[in-house]
Write a protein that binds this ligand. Structure first.
Ligand code: ZN
Length: 490
């Protein structure tokens, strides 16, 4: 098995990945809060952890990948204040909250499919785990790290910090937090302003509510992830991922809750993808630089000079290491678009190279160089740079400026199939579908073009025209050249 090194945000070290129960791996990633169209901010964590999921599977692990849907309890303000984001959207659109949840969950899934993000093994919803969340809160109360106040339950951060270490992930200390946290409404219910809600009593107008031992109310945002990750992955599991913006307070609170429930560390490796900026600025609705994925796919946003395919977006994200920041601009996306078609064009040329008795290029080390990059904390950027070098070799060989043996040609094809298509998850969308489907699909079209060539040679113009016209109707563009016909999807 490959030796994979990953950067653990908790220890701030790159260490070898050793799951608790090899070959089984438990992996939990914070999913979307479903109250709006999926945007760029959703694409990066989804693609980052899709890369990890694909790679772990490839190197022989059996991964149980849990990615949740937050459909209750995520308030407008992370300090437990304001309206529930989903309830607010339901009120504005005059919909039942679960209609909002279903609608945006479907939109999210559709966007993830376009980006070729594989579905997780389990996708639990917070609203489907209210009973389990109440049980977690009871355990935290029983263990002495929470208190009830006026029908709500709060986590007692200072009590917890006496026994454990609050701030261990984000490297904050309580004194600093006490000095920097703002005073907010509802403060009088809390013993300390650093405490956070596990259960909130619902106000009369609050529509998303459930009965509990403390009040009719709803769970706090952080408790869903502790509860559902432990339920599906056990009291100790391997990887917890998410965007860097979730490190505090969300993941810090998760660690405190987990430890208050289990009295030991639950998550072995914490992994965080870095943020995306647009034109150097943080994405935000008020800044006018908030671009949904659909707007990218259709080009319908004032900041976009053209439409970009889902694969251009995916490739662009993978061209940066997941712990680096990424800045979106039209220029950068156009460069990715060009880079991706350079790789796909090179791949298409591999079969056309005539094998030679000896190679003028060294292909032997390519596969291992790609593995080494992936093993170094999933460095997809370096993998892509190796594929670019390989593309240069392919182009030279196709132009008869370099020679390759049949073994080297086969190896180049195998490395592209494995790293570009299977691990990086790129699809050639101009040719329809992923590379696996494409093989059979492409063979069928080539067969039709062979029949057409034979018909032409026999001066059977009726058959030749029929094949060309029917393929054109089905959306294919056929180009007749001196070496036969070429096709692509229009
Ligand atoms: Zn979460």
């Amino acid at each position: 098995m490959q030796k994979l090194y990953i950067y653990n945000t908790l220890t701030r070290e790159k260490t070898i990945f050793e799951p608790a129960h090899t070959p089984h791996v438990g992996m939990y990633v914070c999913g979307p809060t479903v109250y709006g169209d999926p945007h760029l901010g959703h694409a990066r964590p989804a693609i980052t952890f899709d890369l990890l999921f694909r790679y772990l599977n490839h190197i022989g692990y059996k991964v149980r990948y849990v990615r949740n849907i937050t459909d209750v309890g995520h308030l407008e303000n992370d300090a437990d204040e304001g309206e529930d984001k989903i309830a607010k959207k339901a009120r504005l659109d005059k919909l039942e909250p679960m209609e909002v949840v279903q609608y945006y969950t479907n939109r999210y899934h559709k966007a993830m499919d376009s980006l070729n993000v594989l579905p997780p093994s389990i996708e639990p919803r917070a609203s489907g785990h209210i009973i389990e969340q109440i049980e977690s809160i009871k355990q935290i109360l029983d263990n002495g790290y929470a208190y009830e106040s006026n029908g709500s339950v709060y986590f007692d951060v200072q009590k917890y910090n006496q026994d454990f270490d609050y701030g261990i992930l984000s490297h904050r200390n309580i004194e600093e937090m006490l000095n920097t946290t703002r005073d907010l409404d509802g403060q009088n219910e809390k013993r300390s302003k650093v405490d956070f809600a596990l259960w909130k009593k619902a106000s009369p107008e609050h529509i998303m509510r459930w009965p509990s031992p403390w009040s009719d109310g709803f769970p706090g945002w952080h408790i869903e992830c502790s509860t559902m990750s432990i339920k599906y992955l056990g009291q100790e599991f391997d990887i917890h991922g998410g965007g860097l913006d979730l490190m505090f307070p969300h993941h810090e609170c998760e660690i405190a809750q987990n430890t208050a429930i289990e009295k030991h560390r639950v998550v072995k490796y914490w992994m965080h993808n870095n943020m995306l900026t647009v034109g150097g600025q943080k994405m935000g609705k008020s800044l006018g630089n908030f671009i949904t994925l659909e707007e990218f796919f259709t080009g319908s946003h004032k900041l976009l000079t053209q439409a970009y395919t889902a694969m251009t977006i995916r490739f662009f994200i993978l061209q940066a290491h997941y712990r680096s920041t990424v800045d979106f601009s039209n220029e950068a996306l156009q460069a990715s678009e060009k880079g991706l078609s350079r790789l796909l064009d090179a791949y298409a040329k591999i079969d056309k190279i005539s094998p030679a008795a000896s190679s003028s290029a060294d292909i032997k080390g390519l596969r291992q160089k790609c593995y080494d990059a992936m093993n170094d904390d999933l460095n997809s950027a370096i993998v892509i740079s190796h594929l670019f070098e390989a593309a240069t070799t392919i182009n030279s060989a196709a132009d008869a400026k370099a020679t390759l043996t049949q073994d080297d040609i086969d190896e180049l094809k195998a490395v592209f199939d494995l790293f570009l298509f299977s691990i990086l998850g790129i699809q050639d969308q101009t040719k329809g579908g992923n590379s696996g489907n494409y093989e059979s699909f492409s063979k069928a079209i080539d067969l039709l073009l062979d029949i057409r060539a034979k018909a032409k040679a026999n001066k059977d113009w009726a058959t030749s025209d029929q094949i060309r016209d029917e393929l054109a109707k089905a959306g294919f563009e056929i180009k007749d050249g001196k070496d036969g016909s070429e096709w692509k999807l229009k």
